[in-house]
Design a protein around this ligand. Sequence first.
Ligand code: SF4
Length: 291
Amino acid sequence: MKDEEKALIAAWSDHSRMWKDNKWVYPVISRRAGGLSVGVNLNPDHHCTFSCAYCQSGPQENHKPVPIDVEAVERELRDFIAFYESGDYKDCAFFKDIPAEKKLLKDLCLSGDGESTIVKEFPEICRRMRNIQKDLTPSAGPFKLRLITNGSRLGNDAVEQGLGYLLEENGEIWAKLDAGTEEWFKKINRSPLHLEKILANLETAIKRYPLCIQTMLCDIQGQVPSESEIGSYIENLKKIHGTNPGNFVEVQLYTVIRHTLLPDVTPLPTEFLQAVASRITAEIPVKVRIF
Ligand code: SF4
């Protein structure tokens, strides 16, 4: 294997949220984004509305609340982008051996150790990210603004206000949908909310915004999604897609790769994911990618 390939695989596997002395902003080389993704973690306290069996962000308990420093978030974003634009980043240890085309800036992405839409500063952070995009698009290229979310707070007034800024131009929501039935939803996402509410939120969101669905397929302590569970999941996808096909970006299927919140949550074989992908594309005209 060439050094470039090794570096790329190492970078794909490295999802640590640490970059120099930063507290909020971290770069990753993202397979899904297709290049450099600059993440914004608004949840160093791991606060989330779900408690997914497969959560790979580390334990949710025993974190003190962390107040959001909006100025610091913006400063870290602008500093990293200035570093990117200077060209110096290409030679720093983190990026040095990554192929040139894989380290092009693809997005600024709200994706943290919890649910970004929970924080009350969400609208203001979105507004500032959009300002950065406006300021920098000509020199840095047409990067996207993205929200990665579990979908639980889509439709909330403050969240909608934030999305109005964030998704004004070249923006996308990447939202989680892991279940076809309430039973599997409770098992995998372990939220006090109901699947019906999440589905309603996703249908509302796709009316206005480009939406990508991200789905985790895994073995939870010896239980895997059954044939009929997958069938119900595809029915859910159909409803979301049917609401506004033009805004349906794609489905991303993935499995566990790191340490999980619950013990004995393990990956499913690629063949399982491929079989689910085939069932989806047989019923809905959508792109499905497997990670
Ligand atoms: S929604 Fe994300 S951060 Fe929240 S528990 Fe699930 S995997 Fe973890």
